[in-house]
Design a protein around this ligand. Structure first.
Ligand code: FE
Length: 237
């Protein structure tokens, strides 16, 4: 189903409303039907867009095409393919960790924000978690648009203050022997977690491996499980 600019703005405004919910877990459960949506963000976006179009600085059709691409065509499956390749191909993994933008370009995944993407590897002794404390910087080219909770104030602040507590709320309990590293994204530098390949997946094809990799695992709020966890792939939309 085609999405209109109005749909997109409504979604954006609803997201902003949910992001204002003070309690992180609460926001997870009710983000779509939560409260009366403040009209401010949608109105501001619309006003800015109208102005840019009026001044001839942007083309409305180009904007719609970009929004459609990130809403429907570019998503976490891109990242999952990169992760699966890194799991089966040590040379690719080395390239990915050394220069992620270059390695991702093998799949045609190009960052259009002009940012550098850095891939950080989870190991049995190190767990990486991604956040943008300032706003919502996110590796769009490989993960698509960020989920509501990623943009929420509670996640952004608590991910750095109490990462283990946040991970616990996502259902991930890490032992004291595991070091947690929190990476704060910026517009110029964005991160992707290379999760650990789960045990028992030795016989799986690259494609089957990619199907196991979730968005949450690539942000670092979950591990990849095998067999896959029951229920929807991502519990937190
Ligand atoms: Fe940001």
């Amino acid at each position: 189903m085609a999405i209109t600019r109005r749909d997109f703005l409504t979604t954006a405004a609803a997201s902003a409303g949910a992001a204002m919910t003070p309690d992180l877990a609460h926001a997870h459960e009710h983000e779509h039907e939560h409260q009366a949506v403040p009209s401010d963000p949608a109105l501001r976006v619309k006003a800015l867009e109208s102005l840019l179009v009026e001044k001839g600085l942007v083309d409305r059709a180009a904007l719609d095409a970009l929004v459609d691409a990130y809403e429907h065509k570019i998503g976490p499956r891109n990242g999952a393919r990169v992760v699966a390749r890194a799991w089966v191909d040590p040379a690719y993994k080395a390239r990915l960790l050394a220069d992620a933008n270059d390695a991702m370009a093998d799949f045609g995944f190009i960052s259009r924000q002009g940012d550098r993407i850095v891939v950080v590897e989870n190991t049995p002794s190190v767990h990486n978690l991604i956040v943008c404390t300032l706003c919502s910087c996110y590796p769009w080219a490989v993960l698509g648009l960020p989920p509501v909770w990623y943009k929420s104030a509670p996640y952004r602040s608590r991910a750095v203050i109490d990462p283990r507590g946040v991970l616990r709320e996502f259902g991930l309990e890490l032992g004291d022997d595991v070091q947690v590293r929190v990476w704060d994204s910026t517009a110029e530098l964005r991160y992707l977690v290379l999760p650990e390949r789960p045990a028992g997946t030795e016989g799986l094809s690259e494609e089957d491996l990619a199907a196991l990799v979730t968005r949450d695992a690539m942000v670092g709020v979950a591990k990849v499980s095998f067999p896959p966890a029951k229920g929807p792939n991502e519990r937190h939309s």
